[in-house]
Write a protein that binds this ligand. Sequence first.
Ligand code: SIN
Ligand code: FE2
Length: 201
Amino acid sequence: MESAYEIKGVRLWPGWLDRPAQEAMVADIRAVVAAAPLVAPVTPGGRQMSVRMTAAGRLGWVTDRKGYRYDPQHPQGTDWPPIPASVLAVWRALTGLARDPDCCLVNFYGEGARMGLHQDRDEGDFSFPVLSISLGDEALFRIGGVERSDPTQSVWLRSGDVLLMGGPARLAWHGIDRLRPGSSTLLPKGGRLNLTLRVVA
Ligand code: SIN
Ligand code: FE2
């Protein structure tokens, strides 16, 4: 599917999900979180992350003192719930791929949460894109190149926006600098959900 625009090779579909679709997806994610609660992860270096995380799918991305990895189970010792059909539908429509993702990582940003500049490189097959869905408060997304030192550009991601990091942008450095608290009414208590879909292979 043709995207509305590109920034540094990252393709964006602003407002791809309308309000009813966003509400339905939030309900689906609440069910995921009920089965697989959000956890406050720690980096291998022992730093507490400000984002809380869980996942759906065959594999979930986890981090703790043992390292970053994809794990078939939530830290509580249960399989991850399946990826909701509403989320898979976005992947299928926008990537056009026959292969479904293995992981839907769920990031929750409360007030003050951010995500430092990083690459998504624990997947093992970078020929598949990473698709990201934003729900709730607006967030300032920073995108660079494949080198840490490459110049960056920033774009505000709003509720219902979808972006795709694929091709030359698959290994681009990216992160979330800050949220605009109270900018969305989608989540009654505020904050932002970000879903990223990944083929882990
Ligand atoms: C991520 O890079 O894992 C999250 C990006 C975002 O929250 O938009
Ligand atoms: Fe990422």
